[in-house]
Design a protein around this ligand. Sequence first.
Ligand SMILES: NC(=O)CC[C@H](N)C(=O)O
Length: 458
Amino acid sequence: MGMNKNDGNGFSSEPQASVTLHLVPPSASMATKAPGFVVTDLTSVFRSNTSSNRSKVRVSIVRCSVQVSSDRTATGLPPWKQFDARLVLEDGSIWRAKSFGASGTQVGEVVFNTSLTGYQEILTDPSYAGQFVLMTNPHIGNTGVNFDDEESVQCFLAGLVIRSLSPSTSNWRCTEALCDYLAKRNIMGIYDVDTRAITRRLREDGSLIGVLSTDRSKTDEELLKMSRSWDIVGIDLISGVSCKSPYEWVNTTKPDWEFNSNRRSEETFHVVAYDFGIKHNILKRLASYGCKITVVPSTWPASKTLEMKPDGLLFSNGPGDPSAVPYAVETVKNLLGKVPVFGICMGHQLIGQALGGKTFKMKFGHHGGNHPVRNLQTGHVEISAQNHNYAVDPASLPEGVEVTHINLNDGSCAGLAFPAQKLMSLQYHPEASPGPHDSDYAFREFVELMKQEKKVKA
Ligand SMILES: NC(=O)CC[C@H](N)C(=O)O
């Protein structure tokens, strides 16, 4: 197999009498539907079991590229169940496509995401509940999905809209093909649709409600009517994604992926995290910075939180309209000023409202991993991960509240601080997932805020 002696990967060029290869296709069903895989990449063959008898070495292939055999592709069929699909937008436009994943009829708001990679984190971000995510990157699915990149326990989004779905997967962490993953989670995906044209329309006209359907019995007019009789504004989407009872979170970022290992606080701070649809990486980053975390449901009363005597509070990201969840605003209001708080995205918007400010719906929002933000306190520009359709109007906020960050694409408010109330918040995602890590320092600043408060109280 052309391995060099001691090449640094544990490979040896010594004679090997017996080698067992375990091929790992992206999914079992793909293997049965498309027999005859062609292994195209053996770069990561490694020795998993060395016995004292060096002539018997078992080898597992953990990374392999799998391509659908020419037999299968010759038939012109892709390795997933596919139906004709329609996306009917409320403006009357009809987009014909092919489906993968689940089938049926689903209504939602269409938003476009400009991330080049990280579709699994996007699919599992609970903040997309009620929305169809259209990826502007035309080629999706080529890295499959894996065990580690889940941002929640489920896919809450309404569906996925892409230009082209890769028929093969190639990634060393891949455990399943995207088509099978979505089918199991009952999420509809469509491809073979002009995502660029839809994006331009959304940029011109703003986010649009649409209906995605594989149901031939439904007329275009019926689907159009459905899209025009539903609205995402004013709906409490948080209650469908929040946990039902409190739990402890202990997982840190895995050592292999930890890029900020010197930043762990020597003290441990107890953080109560309100789950409005919390992404796992927010919890992992807090844990990596040395926090002990209790996650509580969105309806958890402020009084019970204060009984837990936390050092700090995290108000998480979450789906939908912040004006549709007055109970959450009330909870935030009852907690502000009592302990240091950090709000992220929906959490930031709820803080804005709790302070007496207003939120408004943006034309098409910010969704992607490439949004430039200026930190007004340091002057630094961060490239950030964003996913929101609403924003806080800074002019509506009371005196003493500082705008700390602005989005450089449109000048909108991207961060707030209110030192008198030990408060900081960001409209975007310092935990990234997917996206750049430029804003990770925000977790350190939150720890500093809790540290200062502890000192004052001591
Ligand atoms: N990621 C989030 O928390 C989203 C916030 C809010 N639901 C919005 O769309 O603006």
